[in-house]
Design a protein around this ligand. Sequence first.
Ligand code: PEP
Length: 250
Amino acid sequence: MRKPMVAGNWKMNGASEFASLMSTQLNQHAASIGSVDVVVCPPTLYLAQVQNDAISYASAAQNVHFEEAGAYTGETSVAMLKDLGVEYVLVGHSERREMFADTDAVVANKVAAVIARSLVPILCIGESLEQRRNGEAFEVVKKQLLSALQAVTLKGGEVVVAYEPIWAIGTGETATPEQAQEIHAYIRSVLAAEISAQVAEKTRILYGGSVSAATAAELFSQQDIDGGLVGGASLKIADFKTICSAAADL
Ligand code: PEP
Protein backbone atom coordinates (compact mmCIF):
# COMPACT_ATOMS: atom_id res chain seq x y z
CA MET A 1 0.00 0.00 0.00
CA ARG A 2 1.26 3.46 -0.90
CA LYS A 3 0.65 6.24 1.60
CA PRO A 4 -1.16 9.11 -0.13
CA MET A 5 0.63 12.45 -0.41
CA VAL A 6 -0.57 15.99 -0.97
CA ALA A 7 2.08 18.63 -1.66
CA GLY A 8 1.29 22.34 -1.88
CA ASN A 9 3.54 24.35 -4.21
CA TRP A 10 3.31 28.03 -3.28
CA LYS A 11 5.53 28.99 -6.25
CA MET A 12 6.69 32.62 -5.75
CA ASN A 13 3.82 33.44 -3.40
CA GLY A 14 3.30 33.69 0.34
CA ALA A 15 5.34 35.33 3.08
CA SER A 16 6.10 34.76 6.77
CA GLU A 17 2.64 35.79 7.95
CA PHE A 18 1.01 33.32 5.56
CA ALA A 19 3.45 30.59 6.62
CA SER A 20 2.48 31.17 10.29
CA LEU A 21 -1.23 31.08 9.50
CA MET A 22 -0.74 27.89 7.50
CA SER A 23 1.19 26.16 10.27
CA THR A 24 -1.41 26.98 12.91
CA GLN A 25 -4.17 25.41 10.84
CA LEU A 26 -2.30 22.70 9.00
CA ASN A 27 -0.49 21.15 11.97
CA GLN A 28 -3.83 20.42 13.61
CA HIS A 29 -5.49 19.29 10.40
CA ALA A 30 -2.66 17.05 9.19
CA ALA A 31 -2.49 15.42 12.63
CA SER A 32 -6.24 14.77 12.60
CA ILE A 33 -6.27 13.10 9.17
CA GLY A 34 -3.14 11.06 9.91
CA SER A 35 -2.81 8.75 6.96
CA VAL A 36 -1.57 11.31 4.42
CA ASP A 37 1.92 12.76 3.93
CA VAL A 38 1.23 16.49 3.76
CA VAL A 39 4.04 18.56 2.26
CA VAL A 40 4.41 22.33 1.90
CA CYS A 41 6.77 23.82 -0.71
CA PRO A 42 7.33 27.51 0.12
CA PRO A 43 9.80 29.85 -1.58
CA THR A 44 13.38 29.13 -0.43
CA LEU A 45 13.43 32.21 1.79
CA TYR A 46 10.65 30.78 3.98
CA LEU A 47 11.79 27.16 4.05
CA ALA A 48 13.49 27.48 7.45
CA GLN A 49 10.36 28.99 8.97
CA VAL A 50 8.07 26.36 7.46
CA GLN A 51 10.43 23.59 8.51
CA ASN A 52 10.59 24.94 12.09
CA ASP A 53 6.82 25.37 12.39
CA ALA A 54 5.80 22.10 10.75
CA ILE A 55 4.92 19.39 13.25
CA SER A 56 2.46 17.19 11.36
CA TYR A 57 3.65 17.91 7.85
CA ALA A 58 6.91 18.10 5.93
CA SER A 59 8.59 20.79 3.91
CA ALA A 60 9.92 20.70 0.36
CA ALA A 61 12.16 22.99 -1.64
CA GLN A 62 10.84 24.13 -5.01
CA ASN A 63 14.26 23.74 -6.60
CA VAL A 64 17.87 22.81 -5.87
CA HIS A 65 21.27 22.88 -7.55
CA PHE A 66 22.94 19.54 -8.27
CA GLU A 67 26.45 20.64 -7.36
CA GLU A 68 27.68 20.21 -3.78
CA ALA A 69 28.96 23.78 -3.33
CA GLY A 70 30.77 26.51 -5.21
CA ALA A 71 30.36 29.61 -7.33
CA TYR A 72 26.64 29.30 -8.12
CA THR A 73 25.22 32.64 -7.07
CA GLY A 74 21.63 32.49 -5.91
CA GLU A 75 21.51 28.70 -5.74
CA THR A 76 20.88 26.24 -2.88
CA SER A 77 22.55 22.84 -2.47
CA VAL A 78 20.99 19.57 -1.35
CA ALA A 79 23.33 19.58 1.68
CA MET A 80 21.90 22.95 2.76
CA LEU A 81 18.34 21.61 2.50
CA LYS A 82 19.32 18.53 4.50
CA ASP A 83 20.93 20.78 7.11
CA LEU A 84 17.54 22.48 7.61
CA GLY A 85 15.73 19.15 7.87
CA VAL A 86 13.91 19.48 4.55
CA GLU A 87 12.75 16.08 3.25
CA TYR A 88 11.53 16.66 -0.30
CA VAL A 89 12.54 18.69 -3.37
CA LEU A 90 10.46 19.50 -6.43
CA VAL A 91 12.54 18.65 -9.49
CA GLY A 92 11.71 19.38 -13.10
CA HIS A 93 8.59 21.48 -12.57
CA SER A 94 7.39 22.60 -16.00
CA GLU A 95 7.87 26.25 -15.06
CA ARG A 96 11.55 25.54 -14.37
CA ARG A 97 11.88 23.47 -17.54
CA GLU A 98 10.32 26.29 -19.58
CA MET A 99 11.74 29.40 -17.95
CA PHE A 100 14.95 28.36 -16.20
CA ALA A 101 16.60 25.95 -18.62
CA ASP A 102 16.02 22.81 -16.56
CA THR A 103 16.72 20.41 -19.43
CA ASP A 104 16.27 16.64 -19.12
CA ALA A 105 20.02 16.38 -18.38
CA VAL A 106 19.83 18.97 -15.60
CA VAL A 107 16.76 17.26 -14.16
CA ALA A 108 18.59 13.89 -14.12
CA ASN A 109 21.54 15.48 -12.29
CA LYS A 110 19.22 17.04 -9.72
CA VAL A 111 17.35 13.78 -9.12
CA ALA A 112 20.66 11.98 -8.56
CA ALA A 113 22.00 14.68 -6.22
CA VAL A 114 18.81 14.70 -4.14
CA ILE A 115 18.66 10.90 -3.81
CA ALA A 116 22.39 10.72 -3.01
CA ARG A 117 21.71 12.69 0.19
CA SER A 118 18.59 10.67 1.03
CA LEU A 119 16.11 13.44 0.32
CA VAL A 120 13.17 12.58 -1.92
CA PRO A 121 12.74 14.26 -5.29
CA ILE A 122 9.18 14.96 -6.39
CA LEU A 123 9.88 14.54 -10.08
CA CYS A 124 7.48 16.52 -12.29
CA ILE A 125 6.74 15.30 -15.80
CA GLY A 126 3.99 16.08 -18.28
CA GLU A 127 3.15 16.96 -21.85
CA SER A 128 2.19 20.28 -23.43
CA LEU A 129 -1.18 20.88 -25.08
CA GLU A 130 0.39 20.61 -28.52
CA GLN A 131 2.03 17.29 -27.64
CA ARG A 132 -1.29 15.96 -26.34
CA ARG A 133 -3.10 17.08 -29.48
CA ASN A 134 -0.42 15.36 -31.58
CA GLY A 135 -0.95 12.11 -29.66
CA GLU A 136 2.53 12.32 -28.10
CA ALA A 137 1.59 12.41 -24.40
CA PHE A 138 2.67 8.84 -23.61
CA GLU A 139 5.95 9.17 -25.48
CA VAL A 140 6.83 12.51 -23.86
CA VAL A 141 6.07 11.30 -20.35
CA LYS A 142 8.07 8.10 -20.84
CA LYS A 143 11.07 9.99 -22.18
CA GLN A 144 11.04 12.52 -19.34
CA LEU A 145 10.63 9.77 -16.72
CA LEU A 146 13.40 7.49 -17.92
CA SER A 147 15.77 10.32 -18.66
CA ALA A 148 15.31 11.75 -15.16
CA LEU A 149 15.96 8.36 -13.54
CA GLN A 150 18.89 7.32 -15.71
CA ALA A 151 21.61 8.06 -13.12
CA VAL A 152 19.98 6.42 -10.08
CA THR A 153 19.43 2.88 -8.87
CA LEU A 154 15.99 2.50 -7.35
CA LYS A 155 14.56 -0.11 -5.01
CA GLY A 156 11.25 1.68 -4.47
CA GLY A 157 10.16 4.74 -2.54
CA GLU A 158 13.21 6.93 -3.23
CA VAL A 159 11.32 9.13 -5.66
CA VAL A 160 7.81 10.52 -5.96
CA VAL A 161 6.56 11.18 -9.50
CA ALA A 162 4.13 14.03 -10.22
CA TYR A 163 2.26 13.83 -13.51
CA GLU A 164 1.47 17.43 -14.40
CA PRO A 165 0.07 18.01 -17.88
CA ILE A 166 1.29 21.51 -18.73
CA TRP A 167 -2.06 22.43 -20.25
CA ALA A 168 -3.70 21.92 -16.86
CA ILE A 169 -1.26 23.90 -14.71
CA GLY A 170 -2.67 27.19 -13.48
CA THR A 171 -5.31 27.16 -16.23
CA GLY A 172 -8.31 25.97 -14.24
CA GLU A 173 -8.55 23.11 -16.75
CA THR A 174 -8.09 19.84 -14.86
CA ALA A 175 -7.44 16.56 -16.64
CA THR A 176 -10.49 14.36 -16.24
CA PRO A 177 -10.00 11.57 -13.70
CA GLU A 178 -9.98 9.11 -16.63
CA GLN A 179 -7.35 11.09 -18.58
CA ALA A 180 -5.16 11.33 -15.49
CA GLN A 181 -5.61 7.66 -14.53
CA GLU A 182 -4.68 6.56 -18.06
CA ILE A 183 -1.30 8.32 -17.87
CA HIS A 184 -0.68 7.31 -14.24
CA ALA A 185 -1.27 3.65 -15.10
CA TYR A 186 1.08 4.07 -18.06
CA ILE A 187 3.80 5.65 -15.87
CA ARG A 188 3.49 2.71 -13.46
CA SER A 189 3.72 0.25 -16.35
CA VAL A 190 6.88 1.97 -17.63
CA LEU A 191 8.44 1.76 -14.14
CA ALA A 192 7.57 -1.95 -14.02
CA ALA A 193 8.91 -2.70 -17.49
CA GLU A 194 12.05 -0.56 -17.35
CA ILE A 195 13.02 -0.77 -13.66
CA SER A 196 11.14 -3.35 -11.58
CA ALA A 197 7.71 -4.44 -10.40
CA GLN A 198 8.68 -3.47 -6.86
CA VAL A 199 9.60 0.08 -7.86
CA ALA A 200 6.35 0.38 -9.83
CA GLU A 201 4.34 -0.81 -6.86
CA LYS A 202 6.07 1.41 -4.30
CA THR A 203 6.34 4.65 -6.28
CA ARG A 204 3.78 7.28 -5.43
CA ILE A 205 2.44 9.06 -8.51
CA LEU A 206 0.76 12.39 -7.78
CA TYR A 207 -1.50 14.28 -10.14
CA GLY A 208 -0.97 18.03 -10.58
CA GLY A 209 -2.85 20.54 -12.69
CA SER A 210 -5.58 22.80 -11.28
CA VAL A 211 -6.49 20.36 -8.50
CA SER A 212 -9.19 22.05 -6.41
CA ALA A 213 -11.29 21.33 -3.36
CA ALA A 214 -14.07 20.34 -5.76
CA THR A 215 -12.07 17.99 -8.03
CA ALA A 216 -9.60 16.36 -5.62
CA ALA A 217 -11.76 13.52 -4.30
CA GLU A 218 -12.64 12.10 -7.71
CA LEU A 219 -9.10 12.42 -9.03
CA PHE A 220 -7.61 10.77 -5.94
CA SER A 221 -10.10 7.91 -6.09
CA GLN A 222 -8.43 6.62 -9.26
CA GLN A 223 -6.40 3.47 -8.76
CA ASP A 224 -3.00 4.83 -9.75
CA ILE A 225 -3.37 8.37 -8.39
CA ASP A 226 -1.68 8.53 -5.00
CA GLY A 227 -2.47 12.16 -4.18
CA GLY A 228 -1.75 15.55 -5.66
CA LEU A 229 0.73 18.31 -6.30
CA VAL A 230 -1.33 21.44 -5.80
CA GLY A 231 -0.42 24.97 -6.91
CA GLY A 232 -3.05 27.71 -6.71
CA ALA A 233 -5.36 25.90 -4.30
CA SER A 234 -2.53 25.41 -1.81
CA LEU A 235 -2.61 29.17 -1.17
CA LYS A 236 -6.17 28.91 0.14
CA ILE A 237 -5.78 27.23 3.49
CA ALA A 238 -9.36 25.93 3.75
CA ASP A 239 -9.20 24.48 0.23
CA PHE A 240 -5.82 22.90 0.85
CA LYS A 241 -7.16 21.24 4.01
CA THR A 242 -10.13 19.88 2.04
CA ILE A 243 -7.74 18.48 -0.59
CA CYS A 244 -5.62 16.82 2.13
CA SER A 245 -8.78 15.28 3.58
CA ALA A 246 -9.76 13.95 0.15
CA ALA A 247 -6.48 12.01 0.07
CA ALA A 248 -7.07 10.70 3.60
CA ASP A 249 -10.41 9.27 2.55
CA LEU A 250 -8.81 6.95 0.00
C1 PEP B 1 1.79 23.25 -9.93
O1 PEP B 1 2.30 24.34 -9.94
O2 PEP B 1 2.47 22.24 -9.76
C2 PEP B 1 0.34 23.17 -10.16
C3 PEP B 1 -0.19 21.99 -10.35
O3 PEP B 1 -0.36 24.37 -10.18
P1 PEP B 1 -1.96 24.52 -10.23
O4 PEP B 1 -2.53 23.60 -9.18
O5 PEP B 1 -2.19 25.97 -9.90
O6 PEP B 1 -2.40 24.15 -11.58
